[in-house]
Design a protein around this ligand. Structure first.
Ligand SMILES: Nc1nc2c(ncn2[C@@H]2O[C@H](COP(=O)(O)OP(=O)(O)OP(=O)(O)O)[C@@H](O)[C@H]2O)c(=O)[nH]1
Ligand SMILES: [Mg+2]
Length: 442
């Protein structure tokens, strides 16, 4: 059956030019029905007058003057015929255009991720590249964008495809040996030949898995919770780092109740700062809920900034994920600052003392936790499949003498698990989930 031809806006709100894209066998026919003038040439931009089709309720009226770009299958993003309509970005023009397209036979609006899904189905990219594309569109920092681009480029896909190739190679040899053994032709096994590479592969997979979740974490960024007693200057610090008044600051203890999130970009790395309610045993029920939330979020954060505004109240030690900050440094007695341990950062939002040092510390922490620049595991889906592959490999490599046929089964299971990551094998069940995360138009 011929696939439907799908269409969707590819651009968001704002801007002066909007793009509507079409993919499918009727893309060129749609162009001919909407646009005046001679047929489009592939990969050539053509300025055309667009009219509503004069049947099916359309009045044949002028829709827009738009730039049309046609990509002939299979040399297009989806592998199908594609048409890109660059129109004037008024909502009225776009609505008229979409309505006109919907009235054409064989055309329908695209579902979320459907363009990319078609690209995958037509072998234009593997699943990891498709996921990279989704991440690129969602990226809010340079490091996230770079990781997504590497993945889109196929760096991760090639790594996994290479591993799968090695497993399949070993499997082929083992199966050959099984056949020979049946004929009593090969007494000494090929197993000893394939085992060293499988052991090396096992090590590569496990070191890839033991990355501390850096790639997955880079997708979401690290969370830094600002915590401490009421009135120590938490919200003032968050406002200072955000460069705007995101949180209410008052001299009254107990001002902040909800957790306020601020996204920062530190040296290209995504950091989310959390302002939280001051910790105390309050009687006000609203404040008590705020304190509960503050504790839970601080607990789950990657790093805590514990603010104290009285040098006498500094704890003698904290865990490795907590940075002690003496706030209101401008108002502290100089002798207290002089004897401050080096692990405590003196900070003032009035004079800006300590803010640069704090930012350097946060950026350093973000770099250590996120470590951009490697081919990193980016999704729990990949981790689960690799863990499964690793367990199957362990089975194959287990020193317990077992039948070659069982080893072959293990190798096949490992190859299948890895094949699911790139989409090389049976993935129908995961496709819906993966592409549902895409926006419409991608
Ligand atoms: N002198 C001085 N005062 C500060 C500094 N930072 C904050 N303050 C003052 O401390 C008071 C409390 O500041 P907030 O930022 O609201 O404190 P908070 O920790 O968010 O308080 P809660 O939300 O109630 O827990 C305000 O009056 C601020 O102006 C500072 O660096 N120096
Ligand atoms: Mg506050």
């Amino acid at each position: 059956m011929r696939p439907d031809t799908i269409f969707a806006p590819a651009t968001g709100v704002g801007g002066v030019v909007g793009i509507v894209r079409l993919s499918g066998p009727r893309a060129l026919v749609a162009a001919a029905l909407l646009a005046d003038g001679p047929p489009l040439q592939p990969r050539r931009a053509s300025l055309r007058r667009l009219r509503a089709p004069s049947y099916g309720g359309g009045d044949g009226g002028h829709l827009d003057d738009a730039l049309l770009l046609y990509f002939a299958a299979p040399a297009s993003e989806t592998g199908e015929d594609m048409l890109e309509i660059q129109h004037h970005a008024s909502p009225a023009v776009q609505a008229g255009l979409l309505e006109a397209l919907a009235s054409l036979p064989g055309l329908r609006p695209a579902e979320p991720g459907e363009f990319t899904r078609r690209a995958f189905m037509n072998g234009r990219l593997d699943l990891t590249a498709a996921e990279g594309l989704a991440d690129l569109i969602a990226a809010s920092s340079l490091a996230q964008a770079r990781q997504a681009l590497r993945q889109m480029d196929g760096a991760l896909g090639r790594l996994y495809a290479g591993w799968r190739e090695r497993l399949l190679g070993a499997l082929a040899r083992v199966e050959a040996e099984i056949d020979f053994a049946a004929e009593d032709a090969v007494p000494d096994g090929l197993w000893s030949v394939v085992r060293p590479d499988l052991q090396a592969l096992r090590r590569e997979i496990s070191s890839h898995l033991a990355d501390g979740g850096k790639g997955e974490r880079l997708r979401t960024g690290i969370q830094v919770a600002v915590t401490g007693a009421p009135n120590v200057g938490k919200s003032s610090l968050v406002n200072r780092l955000a460069g705007r008044e995101v949180a209410i600051v008052t001299p009254l203890p107990g001002t902040t109740r909800d957790v306020i999130e601020v996204a920062l970009d530190l040296d290209g790395l995504p950091v989310t700062l959390l302002d939280t309610a001051g910790l105390r045993e309050g009687t006000d029920p609203v404040e008590r809920i705020g304190v509960e939330r503050a504790k839970a979020r601080a607990e789950a954060a990657d790093l805590r900034l514990l603010l104290v505004d009285d040098p006498a109240g500094l704890p003698s030690s904290v865990d490795g994920d907590t940075l002690l900050v003496l706030s209101k440094a401008d108002a502290q007695p100089p002798d207290a600052l002089a004897v401050l341990p080096p692990t405590v950062l003196a900070l003032s939002t009035l004079t800006d003392r300590g803010t640069d040092r704090l930012l350097r510390h946060l950026a350093g922490r973000a770099r250590r936790l996120l470590a951009p620049g490697e081919v990193a595991l980016t999704r729990p889906r990949h981790r689960a499949a690799l863990t499964e592959a690793q367990a199957a490999l362990d089975g194959a490599l287990s020193p317990v003498a077992c039948e070659l046929a069982l080893k072959a089964e293990d190798l096949r299971a490992a190859a299948t698990a890895i094949g699911r990551i790139t989409g090389a094998v049976g993935v129908e069940d995961v496709l819906d989930r993966i592409f549902a995360d895409f926006c419409i138009g991608k």
